[in-house]
Ligand binder design. Sequence first.
Ligand SMILES: *Cc1c(COP(=O)(O)O)cnc(C)c1O
Length: 356
Amino acid sequence: MKNDATIDIDIKRAPSSKIDSIDFENLKFGHTFTDHMMTCDYEDGAWQSPKIVPYGPISLEPSAKVFHYGQAVFEGMKAFKDDSDKIWLFRPDENFKRINKSANRLAIPEFPEEHFFNALEALLKLEKDWIKKGFGNSLYIRPFVIATEPGVLASPGTTYKFMIICSPAKSYYNGEVRVKFSEKYSRAADGGVGFAKAAGNYGAQFYPTNLAKEEGYQQIIWTDANTHQFLEEAGTMNIFFRIGDTLITSPTNDRILDGITRKSLMTLAKEFNITVEERRVPVQEIINASKAGTLKEIFGTGTAAVINPISGFGYQGEKHELPKLSDSYASFFKDKLMKIQYNLAEDKFGWRHLVS
Ligand SMILES: *Cc1c(COP(=O)(O)O)cnc(C)c1O
């Protein structure tokens, strides 16, 4: 990753900070935003200079393509502060590569690497007081791109906005998460956009998820669109199943998001000699293992929660409970990953990036 100091970022500071009005002990995830945001326009066939401006509403024409054709992609990443006030990002080059991979699929022009890192680091330095010290505290970072061109012709826009907004976050106990294995609805199809963080992937999940909520589940684990026989991933998390002492997770493909938490966990698993089988996961195998008592854990992986243990699941009207383990892989890997993120453990794989 490059840090080209010759690119100047134009900064317009907020007249005052709202930080003193924020209750950092009781943050609702993704609800509070910091004082500033990054914005960069694509015009005349090129990305212009990034700007940092006070956080606030933006103005778009009602005909802007993003509203009609969903040309929008995003990322989710976090910044952490260690005990000596250093600010760290976790594998940010992976987020950068992925937002351009998503952009490509949605016919959005790729964003330049220097702009991304210069603007992000400038923004984080400006908002450093919003990143609280302490294990579990972080700043959630949401980069996104939208098509801004007015006009309802169904074609890719010629103007875009790349923006970064930031929200302080705490690590929460998520409560008991019960999931439903999808029997009817699908998240993604072969040849589609499932691998991309495309806005429409999420909007399309709300309705089936609401139905699952009425049945007492918090989330859905999506199955393959063709047969609904194989478990793929959750709405915002990749999924691991532990049978005996082996972890199983679906391989990534054009239906599944290539999660950074997922691949980091797989690297750590190798280091600790925990077997991870990357292969298709038949629903029936999980049901059988649950009945035989060999299914020990299911957990999701993703930037927001890092690792989210699942306490039970439902399939074809039957409810299955998972055992409560004191030595779960979920808590083992969560601790290992977070200690690297917070600069409390050796960074063997070069995952930490210092914001300097
Ligand atoms: C973002 C996301 C994930 C998790 O990716 P991370 O890089 O680990 O945060 C998994 N699945 C979906 C559908 C996602 O959108």
